[in-house]
Design a protein around this ligand. Sequence first.
Ligand SMILES: [Zn+2]
Ligand SMILES: [Zn+2]
Length: 306
Amino acid sequence: MDSDLAITFRGVRGSYPVPGTDTIRFGGNTPCIEVRAGGHLIIIDAGTGIIALGSDLVRAYFQRPAAERGRLHLTILLSHMHHDHIQGYPFFAPLYLAQTTAHVLGPRMLREDLAAALSGAMVAPYFPVDAESLACERHIRNISEADVVLFPSATQSLDPRVERATDANTQDAQVVVRAYHSQNHPRGGVFCYRIECGGKSLVYASDTEGYAGGDQRLIRFAEGADLLVHDAQYRASEYIHGLKQGWGHSTVDMAVEVAQAANVERLALFHHAPTNDDTVVAEMEREAQAQFPSSFAAYEGLTLSL
Ligand SMILES: [Zn+2]
Ligand SMILES: [Zn+2]
């Protein structure tokens, strides 16, 4: 339906991929969330989780009768340019298809345009294909937290448009995306996103570290969301005794604090530390549920309808 908002976790692991028997339950791929919103495909972050999504999209595209294919439209929202959030981008199969129209939106970090930063991730000697030679149609654009991204009804157009939030007419949009530039992540901060569709809302806040009393701007940004996906890389003991303060990631308690103060419906613990196996992540899930019963640890392959 046009008003539906659903997500699938494609990668939930922080920092670097960890395949293996110890991470089977929650998954080893780095951040990527597939969002289906009112007939639009929006992908948050391009960690290694985006690779299998890309294969699925291409397969589904060619399974359709040729006359019904049209173009493969998608929008990627990037939170920041750290490796774990873009390392799947060069392997994302739809980029190599001439039939794809890809919009890539994200912050300008450390005075570098998004397009230049992405090109820098696909250049010799680090990668054999230059970003400029990809076959798809690409629209790569910096956005700021003063902008709003609007998607019209999917029957009219599958292309988003970016407008200044103060002037934008959000009433006519099928999907509205807002950004919050959190500064509590090293070297440039990170973008958090809020996606609204048909009265439902999703907030993505990965790679962010809590403040004492909770990040008040994030709490306002996430107010009343149906689902908050929040960084929960550490346990409190590891955060303090492992000297992880200032690394730009949160504890389970910090994620719960934001969820409670923002009155969200559900909390997904996200960006699991690569050093934490399934047993530890399950324990962290129980710690969160003891304080906020509708919380859970995100796992790869989990689909939720909001
Ligand atoms: Zn990360
Ligand atoms: Zn990061």
